[in-house]
Ligand binder design. Structure first.
Ligand SMILES: Cc1ncc(COP(=O)(O)O)c(C=O)c1O
Length: 385
């Protein structure tokens, strides 16, 4: 078969492998879901239905998205992210994912290097590989709350480095990278003329005293940063496939050239739904945040009782956490997850899926009903007793 090297080099996703294995069992307690389980709020669904009925959704929109929607996004960026952007600096994409993929394609050439502080969202690593560039994984410092290792990032820069790519809050660790560290990262990017590609999918899910900081709010970084956002997490709109990028105008012009052959435009019905999401009540966002916070507290409390098996860093954001396996019976993360599934029907995600620095860990999602968390931990407590 004549598959391209670009694609055939990509390994099988251990996330999908676990999903496949989980389907073979009944009554599984899932701690591996990483998508909102709530329904999309009704006023958003209603707005989409109305747009269909009025006949607004049968054609393409402009490739960059509806003008009215980009105007609302510009207001949101100012209000919530402290980012000054006009509508020519925004492009609607097919979820954050397509936005990130075209951001990478518009930034790197084959053979370029992209620094990724890891563990990180595995799709970012795949996107760099698909662009025929080289992912350079720099470990986060687990001992200091999974913080960015600024010195190690500096050392990893070579003449081939084009970009630094990360998500905050981070998937899988739940770390909210602090403003102080992000300002240092911005300085490094400017000194070395690198592009910062940042994914802020979980921007609204931040707990305790943590503050989400958008690196694109630093004015001098404007020409060196692309930020991806999504409606998926904020408004429980996973299936609508709608997100957007913000970057300097000339960069958006380049990105648009990559976006058109993949998508032409983001789904128009979803753009109308997104417009209603931004214009309508934000109560559901607050509700999701408080649900995730209470689920996080429950999960941490249950993990405390398993302190001979796991150690963990309390996540400050997202709805994910990344405990370390400290039990004596050392097996790798894939084997550990497989055994948990086979022996007690608890589904988790092996840490290796998030880069080699994730080995020895599992990712747990607390974006699940509290009964699911209790069921999973009741089973694990018996198992590890
Ligand atoms: C960090 C991060 N970015 C992006 C996505 C996907 O976003 P979208 O549905 O908008 O493509 C996910 C989903 O899990 C994620 O965890």
């Amino acid at each position: 078969m004549n598959s391209s090297m670009r694609v055939s080099q990509l390994g099988k996703s251990s996330i999908h492998e676990m999903t496949r294995l989980s389907a073979q069992y009944e009554d599984v307690a899932f701690l591996s879901w990483a998508k909102p389980v709530s329904d999309t709020p009704k006023h958003i669904n209603d707005a989409a239905i109305e747009a269909i009925q009025k006949g607004f959704t049968s054609g393409y929109s402009q490739s960059e998205g509806l003008q009215e929607l980009r105007e609302e996004i510009a207001k949101k960026l100012k209000r919530d992210n402290n980012i000054n952007a006009n509508t020519s600096e925004i492009i609607l994409t097919v979820g954050a994912i397509e936005g990130l993929a075209v951001a990478v394609l518009a930034t790197v050439d084959p053979g370029d290097e992209v620094i990724l502080p890891t563990p990180t969202y595995s799709t970012h690593i795949t996107q760099v590989k698909l662009a025929s560039a080289k992912p350079v994984l720099v470990p986060l410092v687990e001992e200091i709350n999974y913080s960015l290792d600024i010195e190690a990032i500096k050392k990893a820069i070579t003449p081939k480095t084009k970009a630094i790519m990360f998500c905050t809050p981070n998937n899988p660790t739940g770390t909210v990278f602090p403003e102080k560290d992000l300002r240092q990262l911005a300085d490094i990017a400017l000194e070395n003329n690198l592009t910062v590609i940042v994914d802020e999918a979980y921007e609204y899910f931040v707990f305790d005293d943590e503050k989400h900081f958008s690196i694109a709010s630093i004015p001098k970084l404007k020409n060196n940063v692309i930020t991806a956002y999504t409606f998926t997490k904020t408004y429980a709109m996973t299936g609508w496939r709608i997100g957007y990028l913000v970057a300097e105008k000339e960069r958006i012009t380049q990105i648009k050239k990559a976006h058109i052959p993949f998508a032409i435009c983001a789904p128009v019905v979803s753009q109308y739904a997104a417009l209603a999401a931004l214009k309508g009540s934000q109560d559901s966002v607050d509700k999701f945040r408080s649900e995730y916070l209470s689920a996080r507290n429950l999960m941490c409390g249950r993990l405390d009782k398993l302190d001979s098996v796991f150690s963990y860093v309390k996540p400050g954001g997202s709805y994910l956490m990344f405990p370390k396996i400290i039990s004596e019976n050392k097996v790798d993360s894939v084997e550990f997850s497989k055994r948990l599934l086979a022996d007690v029907k608890v589904s988790t995600t092996p840490g290796i899926a998030f880069g080699f620095t994730g080995e020895g860990h599992i990712r747990l999602s607390f974006c699940v009903p509290e009964e699911m968390i209790n069921k999973a931990f009741d089973r694990m407590e018996k198992y590890f007793k």
